[in-house]
Design a protein around this ligand. Structure first.
Ligand SMILES: NC(=O)c1ccc[n+]([C@@H]2O[C@H](COP(=O)([O-])OP(=O)(O)OC[C@H]3O[C@@H](n4cnc5c(N)ncnc54)[C@H](O)[C@@H]3O)[C@@H](O)[C@H]2O)c1
Length: 357
């Protein structure tokens, strides 16, 4: 955990589970960033997190954190409904933004944010950390540099019935507060919507990261015994065909991965539950040398690598694989298209998607 001489001073908004499991430690371990400030309206939670992670300053008021001139960038780790308003405020205050996925809850607010980000010249990155999974990053490079034209891509994200048995074993108990700020109602009550937003956002982003722009989606949703399965046919902008599978919950182990067929090779990947911090198993076959290429032993702290990529972009202008504001908008368009198509049975063009999931 050797630190570089120039560190990005980060303020984290939200002391909830994702900050506790990922962002605080990621900032503390990052070679080029510092956990400078933390903020939560729940004062008791801020105090506990400050005692553990020792930021330089702590805030209970987001506007106050944004007016701190030392804060260069914020990580927005609050409920989905608050992402765009919080990101907009940060951009207006001149701060770079790493916002949790999905970037927003409807197409229009994401478009509005995109305009503001592009006009500001600031960096906005979306927290789809799987792009920093070294296996997925290896597959991405192979597809771009070795595979030639793509023919087809399949991607699946199937959460396991035993998810919590696994994650409860892996994670410490998150601290919570009765004073935490939450959106009105229960955003998790509508399971279709919640699964699409929470899990579909990863599926869409990984499919686009590997396969490029998606033009249209035609989806079916089947619901049985409390499980939901979205199967979707995707058309990529390069004319390739895709199949997306979002199934929750599968009656088996966590099942996430991808297959890509190309001109000079193919890729197959198996991704693990993220809380194992284990790199995806990826095999890339190349007809150029007749061999399988399989990375092993890579550093797989996706959340730390994500912050490091974010800081590299800001401090040194180095392009990193993180999802930018266009990727964030495209993922939300994809999610809305999945939802609409599952309702109508018709193909939906992502460019025509409107509203929320
Ligand atoms: N990348 C991933 O794999 C991954 C995994 C889990 C969750 N997430 C995302 O992380 C986000 C947060 O999830 P969570 O479970 O930690 O949320 P949460 O709602 O449990 O916690 C958010 C915290 O932020 C605080 N907060 C909200 N608005 C605030 C404001 N304006 N000012 C100060 N404090 C404020 C709340 O008081 C709360 O303590 C969600 O968007 C979720 O989708 C991402």
């Amino acid at each position: 955990m050797k630190k570089e001489s120039q560190l990005l001073r980060v303020g984290v908004l939200g002391c909830g589970p994702i900050s506790q499991f990922a962002h605080f430690e990621a900032c503390r371990k990052a070679r080029n960033a510092e956990l400078y400030a933390i903020c939560d309206v729940a004062e008791d939670l801020v105090e506990k997190m400050a005692a553990i992670h020792a930021p330089q300053v702590k805030y209970t008021d987001y506007a106050a954190m944004l007016s701190d001139p030392i804060v260069e960038a914020v990580i927005i780790a609050v409920a989905d409904q608050f992402h765009v308003p919080a990101a907009r405020e940060a951009i207006e205050a001149g701060k770079h933004v790493l916002v949790e996925k999905p970037m927003g809850v409807d197409v229009e607010e994401c478009e509005d944010l995109r305009e503001k980000v592009l006009a500001s010249g600031l960096v906005l990155q979306v927290g789809t950390e799987k792009r920093f999974d070294p296996g997925i990053a290896f597959a991405h490079s192979f597809i771009r540099e070795e595979m030639g034209e793509m023919l087809a891509l399949k991607a699946w994200y199937c959460d396991s019935l035993y998810r919590y048995a696994m994650t409860d074993t892996l994670q410490s108990i998150p601290l919570s507060s009765g004073k935490a700020k939450r959106p009105e109602g229960d955003p998790k009550a509508d399971r279709r919507r919640y699964y699409l937003m929470a899990h579909g956002s990863h599926l869409l982003d990984t499919a686009r990261f590997l396969g490029g722009e998606i033009d249209s989606i035609r989806a079916r949703l089947v619901e049985k015994f409390g499980a939901r399965c979205w199967f979707a046919e995707a058309e990529f902008a390069d004319g390739s065909v895709g199949h997306l599978d979002l199934t929750i919950a599968v009656r088996m182990d966590w099942h996430e991965g991808f297959q890509v067929y190309g001109e000079y090779g193919s890729v197959i990947g198996k991704t693990y539950n993220p809380w194992y911090f284990r790199s995806s198993d990826v095999e890339c076959f190349s007809t150029r040398d007749g061999q399988y290429h399989r990375p092993l032993g890579e550093d797989a702290h996706f959340f730390r690598l994500q912050v490091e990529g974010f800081a590299d972009r800001i401090l040194r202008g180095i392009s990193a694989p993180g999802a930018d504001v266009d990727d964030g908008l495209a993922a939300v368009r994809g999610l809305v298209s999945l939802a609409r198509s599952a309702q109508s049975g018709k193909k939906v063009l992502l460019s025509e998607a409107e509203g929320g999931v």
